[in-house]
Design a protein around this ligand. Structure first.
Ligand SMILES: [Zn+2]
Length: 119
């Protein structure tokens, strides 16, 4: 016996989908990263707590952290894309300075390493 999808099934499917999306949004918004990884040449060299105010110089890039946000303050690279990237504070956001091979990535989950450097 072949059963057709009824309107009720569609509503149920819709509710499940919406609940899933809301769940993802809630997880993401609750998970505002508290740590940032400094990645040089694809390797995490340092993990900085965003609760602290700090300034670090690596590979010609000055990384600054304040008010729960991290950003590249100065860089000797020619394009300054990293400096113009502005401040980041949410999980999985990142700033990459390709010429200097430096990346800053917010990580809510401590200990997980990024697979690869993009850009
Ligand atoms: Zn740069």
């Amino acid at each position: 016996m072949k059963k057709l999808i009824t309107k009720k099934d569609l509503i149920l499917l819709f509710v499940v989908l919406v609940a899933g999306v809301i769940g993802i949004i809630l997880i993401n918004s609750a998970d505002t990263g508290k740590c940032a990884e400094i990645i040089i040449d694809g390797k995490t060299t340092e993990i900085i707590s965003l609760d602290e105010t700090c300034e670090k110089q690596v590979n010609g890039v000055v990384i600054s952290c304040e008010d729960g946000e991290i950003f590249i303050k100065e860089s000797d690279c020619p394009d300054k894309v990293c400096v113009r990237s502005g401040r980041i504070s949410k999980s999985d956001e990142s700033i990459i300075c390709a010429p200097n091979r430096v990346a800053v990535k917010i990580d809510g989950k401590k200990g997980s390493l990024p697979d690869a450097m993009t850009g």
